[in-house]
Write a new protein. Structure first.
Lengths: 427, 317
C-alpha cells in the first residue's frame, strides 16, 4: 500500500518538470552561487580595494605603502587608465571623491610629516595621524584595513620602529650612553640595509612582533549622516526581488486569461495583442512602482531613511526599475505555456538573479567575477542606482548608466515578450 | 420550430458569407471546405458531434483562427476588418470572464474593449443585465455565481456591443435543464428582435427548437443543410424509422441487419419502412433467422436519424 502511494507520488513528480526543477536544480544552483560568493574557490577570493594617497613621500610612508601592497589588498594609488592614458595619482580630494563614488570602500591618506613621527606607543601626542576615509555601508573593509595597517607598520618598518624605541629611551629613561647610542645606530643601519635588500621577505617581517599602533583617524565620507547604513541598501535589494515576483505573478494573468479563454474574447474585440501587452505592462509597472513607494515610505517612517530629500532620484530610479521589472515579468509569462509552468520557472530565475545581483548579499563583498556576472541582472543595476541616490547622495544626472540599462533592458524584454505572445494571437 | 421561408438577400448585404473555408492542424483537417450563408434575421444551427469542426469554424469567423484557405465576409467586409469586428458578437464555449470582477465590472470591461464609452456603455450594460436576468446580481463577484448564471453572463458579455451577427458556441454546455430553458428564452428574445445568429450545438433538441436552418457537420464538412423538415425529407422522404433491440448482438445479427438494409449502432438496429405494416415482415424475418427481438418501436425520423443516416454514427458519439 505504502509502496503504491510512493510510486504514485514519484510518477507525478517525474511528470511535473517545475517541481523537479525546484526540488533538484534550485538547491544546487543556490549552493553553487553562494559557494562562489563566499570564496569556495581560492582563486576568486575577493581582495579589498583601498586607495592610498602618500602626501609625505618619506622613506617611512613609502615603506608603509610597499608593505600594504604586499598584503592581500588591491592597493590603488591612481585611477585606472583611461583610453590608454595614465591618470594622475590620487590626492586627498580625489580619493575622497572616489570613495564617495564607490571606487573603493576605504582610502588612506598618509599626511605630510608622517615620516618624522610615523608611529607611537601609547598614543604619543607628536605622532602623525593617517586618515582613513570610509564608506560606512561596508562595515568589514575599514576594520580589515586598519588592522593590516598596524601589522604593516610593525613588519614592514623595523628600522622606524627601532628608531622610535630609542627615542622613547631617550625621553623616558634618561638616554643612552655614547657607546650604547653608537651600537644602536649600527643596529639601525643594519636594519635599513636589510630592508633595502631584496631578500628581506614578508616571512621574515611577519615573524617580528610588537604592539605599536599607527595613529589612524577614521572618517565616514559616505553615509556619515545616515541613521541606518544598510536600510537604503536593503529597501532597494529586497524591494527589487519582490518586485520581480510581483511582476511575474501579474504577468501571469495573461496565462490565466489564455487558459480560461478570456484572452480569445479580448482579442476578438477591438483590442489587439500589442495593445493588450502594453496595457499589462503599464499595470505591472504601476504595481511595481507602488510597491517601491510603500517599501521606501516604510523605511522612511520606521527606519528614518531620508526619503523626502531624495524624491527626484527615487522617482527616476523607481520608474526605471518598475518598467524593467514589469517587462521582465511579461517576458517570463510569455515564455511559459501555463500558469503551472510559470511558478517554478519564475522562482528559479528570480532567486538566482537576486542572489547574483546582490539582493541577498551585497555585491561589493562578492568575488570580482561574481560582481561582473551580477551586471547581467536587473537587481544589480537597480540596487546600484538606488545606492547612488540614497547612500552616496549623487545628483540625478549620475544615474544615467543605471537608468539607460534598465530602460533598454525593459524595452528589449517587452519586444521579446511581444514576439513570443504571437502564439496567442491566432491558431 | 417551423422554419419561416427566407427571403433571399443580395449577396453583398448578407450578414455572413463563408466560402470554401478550410483549416488544418497538422494532419487533422478541422474544417474541410465549408461554404454556407447566414441570412438576415436567421438562426442557423451548426449541429454535429464533439470534434466535428464547429468551434474551429466559429473561431475562424471571429478571427481567432487563420484559415488555410477560403473567405469569410461579414456584411461584405473581410472578417478581420474593423467593421466586421463591430458587427460580430461571439459567445465562446469557455466561460471567458474575469471571476474576481463583479457581473457589472465584467460587462463594463468587455464593453470598453469594444470601444463603448459613457452613456452608450451604461445603457448597454443595463440592457445586458436585464436580458440575462442578472440585474439583481450585478454587483456580485462572478466567482460566486452558479454555473447557469455564469453561462448567462458569458452570453451577455458577447452581446455587450450590441452586434448585428451573433455566434453562439455551445452556450448551454454543462448547465442544468432549468438554466438551459432560461438560456433558450434569452435566445428566443434575440430571434424576436431579428438578430442574425449562428448557434452551434450537439443537442438535436436545441437545434430543432431554436434554429431556422440546420447545417449538420461531421469531420469538418457540412453533410446536410436545410430546415429540419427538409433535412428529414431529404434523408427519409415519407419513410418511418423502426428501432429494434436484439437479445444478443453478435456478428450474425450485424450481418442480418446489414442484409435487410438497416444500420446497427450502439446495440440498436435501425430500419426504415414506408408503411407500418412492414413491421410484421421484419419481425417474421428476424424470427426465421433465429434472432431474438427484445424491443421494437416505430417513430418519425428526427435530426438524430438524419445524422445517423448520413454518417452511420450517432450524433453524441
Amino acid at each position: 500500500m505504502i509502496f503504491a502511494i510512493v510510486r504514485t507520488a514519484l510518477t507525478a513528480l517525474r511528470r511535473d518538470r517545475g517541481a523537479l526543477a525546484l526540488s533538484f536544480i534550485l538547491p544546487v544552483a543556490f549552493f553553487t552561487i553562494f559557494a562562489v560568493i563566499f570564496g569556495g574557490r581560492r582563486d576568486t577570493t575577493p581582495k579589498i580595494s583601498v586607495i592610498v594617497v602618500d602626501e609625505d613621500h618619506s622613506r617611512a610612508s613609502q615603506q608603509l605603502v610597499k608593505g600594504l601592497k604586499e598584503e592581500s589588498l588591491s592597493v590603488k594609488t591612481r585611477p585606472a587608465t583611461k583610453r590608454g592614458v595614465d591618470q594622475p595619482e590620487y590626492t586627498a580630494t580625489t580619493a575622497e571623491a572616489a570613495v564617495k563614488a564607490g571606487a573603493a570602500p576605504v582610502a588612506l591618506i598618509i599626511p605630510r610629516g608622517f615620516g618624522e613621527n610615523p608611529i607611537a606607543f601609547g598614543g604619543g601626542s607628536q605622532r602623525s595621524t593617517i586618515q582613513l576615509l570610509k564608506d560606512s555601508s561596508d562595515m568589514v573593509a575599514p576594520q580589515i584595513i586598519n588592522g593590516l595597517l598596524q601589522k604593516v607598520a610593525m613588519t614592514a618598518m623595523p628600522d622606524v620602529m627601532a628608531a622610535q624605541g630609542s627615542k622613547y629611551m631617550d625621553e623616558y629613561a634618561g638616554g643612552f650612553t655614547p657607546e650604547q647610542r653608537k651600537r644602536i645606530e649600527q643596529g639601525l643601519e643594519e636594519l635599513r640595509k636589510r630592508e633595502r635588500s631584496e631578500d628581506s621577505n614578508t616571512q621574515t617581517r611577519q615573524s617580528s612582533n610588537g604592539g605599536m599602533p599607527i595613529s589612524v583617524s577614521a572618517r565616514d565620507v559616505v553615509g556619515e549622516n545616515k541613521n541606518n547604513p544598510m536600510v537604503s541598501f536593503y529597501a532597494a535589494a529586497i524591494g527589487v526581488m519582490f518586485l520581480l515576483f510581483t511582476a511575474s505573478s501579474a504577468g501571469g494573468s495573461l496565462l490565466d486569461e489564455a487558459e480560461s479563454g478570456t484572452l480569445d474574447r479580448v482579442l476578438s474585440s477591438q483590442v489587439n495583442m500589442g495593445t493588450l501587452l502594453a496595457g499589462k505592462l503599464c499595470y505591472c509597472s504601476l504595481l511595481a512602482f507602488s510597491q517601491l513607494i510603500l517599501m521606501f515610505v516604510w523605511a522612511w517612517l520606521v527606519f528614518k531613511l531620508d526619503f523626502i530629500a531624495h524624491l527626484p532620484g527615487f522617482f527616476i530610479m523607481g520608474l526605471s526599475t518598475a518598467f524593467s521589472v514589469a517587462a521582465f515579468g511579461m517576458l517570463l509569462a510569455s515564455t511559459c505555456r501555463t500558469r503551472a509552468q510559470l511558478g517554478p520557472l519564475s522562482t528559479l530565475v528570480i532567486l538566482i538573479m537576486s542572489s547574483v545581483g546582490g539582493s541577498m548579499f551585497p555585491r561589493f563583498l562578492m568575488p570580482e567575477a561574481m560582481q561582473k556576472a551580477g551586471l547581467l541582472t536587473i537587481n544589480a543595476w537597480a540596487i546600484d542606482g538606488f545606492t547612488k541616490v540614497f547612500w552616496r547622495d549623487e545628483p540625478v544626472t549620475h544615474l544615467w548608466p543605471q537608468v539607460l540599462v534598465l530602460l533598454v533592458a525593459g524595452a528589449l524584454f517587452f519586444v521579446i515578450a511581444r514576439r513570443l505572445a504571437r502564439r496567442w494571437e491566432y491558431s | 420550430m417551423a422554419s419561416a421561408p427566407m427571403v433571399p438577400a443580395p449577396i453583398s448585404v448578407l450578414p455572413l458569407r463563408i466560402q470554401a473555408l478550410a483549416k488544418r492542424f497538422g494532419e487533422l483537417t478541422a474544417v474541410d471546405g465549408i461554404t454556407v450563408e447566414l441570412h438576415s434575421g436567421e438562426c442557423l444551427g451548426l449541429l454535429g458531434p464533439n470534434g466535428a469542426g464547429k468551434s474551429t469554424l466559429i473561431r475562424s469567423i471571429v478571427g481567432r483562427v487563420i484559415p488555410d484557405s477560403g473567405k469569410v465576409l461579414v456584411f461584405g467586409a473581410p472578417a478581420d476588418s474593423a467593421g466586421a469586428r463591430i458587427a460580430l458578437g461571439w459567445v465562446p464555449q469557455d466561460l471567458a470572464l474575469y471571476p474576481r470582477l463583479t457581473c457589472r465590472e465584467n460587462l463594463e470591461a468587455f464593453g470598453q474593449y469594444h470601444g463603448l464609452r459613457g452613456s452608450v456603455l451604461t445603457t448597454s450594460v443595463a440592457w445586458c443585465l436585464e436580458w440575462a436576468g442578472l440585474a439583481d446580481r450585478a454587483e456580485d463577484a462572478v466567482a460566486s455565481f452558479s454555473g447557469g448564471m455564469k453561462r448567462r453572463l458569458n452570453m451577455a458579455a458577447g452581446l455587450i456591443h450590441r452586434p448585428k451577427v451573433i455566434l453562439m458556441d455551445e452556450p448551454t454546455v454543462g448547465v442544468d435543464p432549468q438554466s438551459r430553458n432560461r438560456i433558450f428564452e434569452m435566445i428566443e428574445k434575440l430571434r424576436d428582435q431579428g438578430i442574425s445568429m449562428i448557434y452551434t450545438t450537439h443537442y438535436m433538441e436545441e437545434a430543432e427548437r431554436l434554429c431556422d436552418r440546420i447545417a449538420i457537420i461531421d469531420h469538418g464538412r457540412i453533410i446536410a443543410l436545410g430546415a429540419k423538415e427538409e433535412l428529414v425529407h431529404n434523408a427519409f422522404a415519407s419513410r418511418s424509422e423502426v428501432i429494434a433491440r436484439f437479445g444478443n448482438s453478435d456478428g450474425s445479427v450485424l450481418a442480418w441487419v446489414k442484409e435487410r438494409g438497416g444500420l446497427f449502432d450502439n446495440g440498436m438496429a435501425r430500419f426504415t419502412i414506408e408503411h407500418a405494416a412492414e413491421i410484421g415482415g421484419l419481425l417474421d424475418a428476424a424470427a426465421k433467422a433465429g434472432h431474438e427481438l427484445v424491443d421494437v418501436s416505430l417513430r418519425k425520423p428526427n435530426l438524430e436519424s438524419v445524422f445517423l443516416h448520413w454518417t452511420g454514427r450517432e450524433l453524441r458519439d
